[in-house]
Design a protein around this ligand. Structure first.
Ligand code: SF4
Length: 222
């Protein structure tokens, strides 16, 4: 039926002397950059209407889960993020107006939607000093420091409950932003004693205390 309609359309346009062009295979977002539209293109839909409906219900439920989860854990504003990466412009600003820890803010925000601790920590979320420099570049003015602060609280609780590993925190959470190497305790204390770093310093002390206590318990159990 679809083929027949398609042929009729081609024939009609031919009689009018117009050239019928097939739709482009994919949309060009920027010159040379193309994005595949898996959901919106008809040839990528399911084989039957019922399968298509089931797929749409699954997509709707997944979206609802992400929205409810972020609202429930206190990072609800993260669902507004368009992931357009305009906040990344903070990285190319002069010192004092840039991100002092070279964090990709968009990655922190996306991780906070579903409390993805691993992604949040690997992207430097624990080191966010909540200066707000990145928020100036967000076209929706999402309060990125507030989201980061809430995720830091949740990460601390998750570490205490054993949901995240000590290795993840020590190897990826508190690193030197230039070398990407983990900071020694002395280097961490020196770096986080600087002005503006009081929240990160407190978080570092709380997390390392939890890890030290856990290791003492493990040694005692042996
Ligand atoms: S609020 Fe956090 S992520 Fe944003 S610029 Fe400041 S330190 Fe970087």
């Amino acid at each position: 039926m679809v083929e027949k309609d398609d042929k009729q359309r081609k024939k009609a346009t031919g009689e009018d002397g117009l050239v019928y062009e097939r739709p482009r295979e994919e949309i060009e977002v920027l010159p040379g950059v193309r994005r595949y539209q898996f959901i919106s293109k008809s040839q990528h839909r399911m084989l039957t209407k019922h399968l298509n409906r089931i797929a749409m219900v699954i997509i709707a439920l997944t979206l609802a889960f992400v929205i409810f989860k972020s609202v429930f854990i206190g990072t609800g504003y993260s669902v507004y993020c368009l992931e357009d990466r305009s906040c990344m412009r903070v990285l190319s600003q002069p010192e004092g107006e840039n991100c002092p820890e070279y964090i990709y803010p968009v990655e922190m925000v996306v991780a906070s939607r579903t409390a993805d601790y691993e992604r949040f920590i690997r992207q430097g979320g624990l080191r966010c000093i909540q200066c707000g420099n990145c928020t100036k570049w967000c076209i929706l003015e999402i309060n990125i420091p507030e989201i980061a602060a809430r995720m830091q609280e949740l990460s601390l609780e998750a570490l205490d409950e054993g949901k995240i590993s000590a290795e993840l925190v020590l190897e990826h959470g508190f690193i030197d932003p230039q070398t990407r190497e983990p900071l020694t305790p002395e280097a961490a204390r020196a770096r986080y004693s600087r002005e503006g770093y009081d929240k990160v310093a407190r978080l570092y002390e709380q997390m390392t205390a939890i890890i030290a206590e856990r290791e003492e318990v493990q040694v005692a159990e042996r």
